[in-house]
Design a protein. Structure first.
Length: 116
């Protein structure tokens, strides 16, 4: 029984998508498209990293389950903190999904891996 459980756990780990690396990303905001770079690191189901854009650098925290990712960062805008929350799917070197920009709305999100 223990061998079966260990084999099942190993199979799940082998199927886990890895998002570690550098990504060029874009998401739609109410004011137009926002471009940024993502630098992601993955340890098991946990994602950490940071973004860089014309607005600065912000820390990323999130999770991955199979090919489904959820991560977010907090940006400062005119003295207010705005959480950008991404939900999406990973397919090879692409993440596509939706970015929710605080209470301002949401739009499509897309990222392409540019390095590891």
């Amino acid at each position: 029984m223990i061998r079966i459980m260990l084999a099942a756990m190993a199979a799940v780990l082998l199927l886990q998508t890895d998002v570690t690396g550098e990504w060029e990303a874009q998401y739609q905001t109410p004011l137009g498209p926002q471009e940024l770079k993502l630098y992601l690191a993955q340890e098991g189901p946990r994602i950490t990293g940071h973004t860089t854009s014309e607005f600065g650098e912000f820390q990323i925290r999130g999770t991955i389950n199979g090919d489904e990712v959820k991560f977010s960062w907090t940006e400062a805008d005119a003295g207010k903190n705005i959480v950008v929350a991404v939900t999406g799917k990973v397919s090879g070197d692409t993440i596509s999904g939706t970015a929710k920009i605080g209470e301002r709305g949401e739009g499509p999100f897309r990222a392409e891996r540019t390095g590891s």
